[in-house]
Design a protein. Structure first.
Length: 80
């Protein structure tokens, strides 16, 4: 559900943890879908995997503080 840049993945290279994926519609459309599902008695589960953040410094959270280990391991250990 979270925004991610790579179409070839299942959303596990998250670039914005608190934004719904733009390719799924607007935040208002997501809210409407969830509200509609709840109105029909359907439980909505959202899969959010914080352990799989994008290491891309341009659109991910890498190097937000200027280091390569703000949210992940530094150096080669942080790249997988």
């Amino acid at each position: 559900i979270a925004e991610h840049a790579l179409y070839g993945c299942f959303g596990y290279h998250v670039t914005s943890f608190f934004a719904p994926a733009s390719r799924q519609g607007t935040p208002e459309e997501l809210k409407y879908m969830v509200d509609t599902a709840h109105g029909l008695g359907i439980i909505v589960l959202m899969d959010l995997v914080h352990a799989h953040a994008s290491s891309n410094a341009l659109d991910g959270i890498a190097m937000m503080d200027g280091t390569d280990h703000c949210y992940t391991h530094g150096g080669p250990k942080g790249h997988h």
